[in-house]
Write a protein that binds this ligand. Structure first.
Ligand SMILES: [Fe+2]
Ligand SMILES: [Fe+2]
Length: 344
């Protein structure tokens, strides 16, 4: 099981003390503050959410539903959502929000563009290590939406399940997307352990995963969760194709390209299912959720853009994007040693 991460400030320290059994949950601060998009709050939220997934080594299972932890989580969620909503346009025009995702620039500046063009091996390693925070639980946050969708008038539910079925391997353990991701990490010599790179993940990475957990765990946000899922599926094929180019250009083995190659193909189909059946089916049944679908798309786009900007900024300064003892190291070789040293 993953070990508890290192705290990043007073809020995450308090939550981690509770998870580690060093503090009673009743002693948590009633009004935790700090930058809602910053590392301290994002790590605290991430750890609260993780209790609903695979949790951490040595943490009592009962803490998942501890009312004091839930109270703190709720307070952090409110502040996180307020911060995100202040930055997005909003509205209820789902078609326009989806159409905006379909426009691909001819020359982009995000990490997949950089990696495809002239990214170096250590940058690919960093990208894969940081993305593992999500991909080793790929499609899990969206699974919480399933029981919130109508099974009798089941257009949305059936289509969500079609996509989730593929994400979870369509009956084959070796085809579960989290597993294909782990196989890629192994091919790169990275640690495949769940949460192995949590201490290296900056706030920008944690926020992209936390928004999925937040939307997934609250029935109230089922429309936003569907919007967030749509964003992933619609934007995935071109970005995945660029990563295949990057990995091939670096001369890495086929096992290293399999994950992204799979997403070029599968997500081209998923995109259609999500747009024509999932979103359309949800809104046919619950038209009042249109603004939430838009929020899901815009919130995730905002947080993905923040992550992309962070990565590209660090790399263009010649710096590692990882938070780790090696974060200030100048050479890719040192970073690579650290990434690989986590492997065992
Ligand atoms: Fe996938
Ligand atoms: Fe997919």
């Amino acid at each position: 099981m993953p070990v508890l991460p290192r705290p990043r400030g007073p809020v995450s320290a308090a939550v981690l003390d509770v998870l580690g059994g060093r503090r009673a949950a009743g002693d948590l601060p009633s009004h935790p503050d700090g930058d809602p998009l910053g590392a301290d709050v994002q790590l605290a939220l991430y750890c609260c959410y993780e209790l609903h997934y695979r949790s951490f080594d040595g943490v009592a299972d009962d803490l998942e539903w501890d009312p004091d932890l839930l109270r703190v989580r709720r307070r952090l969620e409110d502040r996180f959502l307020d911060a995100v909503r202040a930055e997005v346009e909003g509205g209820d025009d789902v078609e326009a929000a989806v159409d905006a995702l379909l426009v691909e620039p001819t020359e982009g500046s995000g990490p997949s563009w950089h990696l495809a063009r002239d990214g170096e091996r250590w940058q690919l390693d960093e990208y894969v290590a940081l993305r593992s925070i999500y991909h080793l639980k790929e499609a899990d946050p969206q699974a919480w939406v399933i029981p919130r969708l109508d099974g009798v008038d089941g257009r949305a539910k059936a289509s969500l399940m079609t996509v989730e079925h593929d994400e979870f391997g369509a009956g084959r353990a070796d085809r579960v997307h989290a597993r294909i991701y782990a196989d890629m990490m192994a091919a790169l010599g990275l640690h495949t352990g769940y949460g192995a790179y949590l201490d290296a993940a900056p706030a920008e990475v944690l926020a992209t995963v936390n928004i999925m957990s937040l939307f997934g765990l609250h029935r109230r946000w089922r429309g936003a969760s569907v919007g967030q899922f749509a964003l992933i599926e619609i934007t995935s094929p071109p970005g995945s194709a660029r990563l295949v180019t990057a990995i091939e250009r670096l001369g890495l083995p086929a096992a290293a390209t399999a994950f992204h190659a799979e997403h070029v193909e599968a997500d081209a189909v998923h995109e259609q299912v999500v747009r024509r059946e999932l979103i359309a089916g949800l809104l046919e049944r619950e038209p009042q959720l249109a603004a939430d679908v838009v929020l899901g798309i815009q919130a995730s786009t905002l947080l993905e853009d923040r992550f992309a900007d962070y990565l590209v900024r660090r790399w263009s300064d010649g710096e590692s994007a990882l938070l780790a003892p090696v974060a200030s190291a100048a050479s890719g070789r040192t970073l690579r040693r650290w990434l690989v040293s986590q492997n065992g």
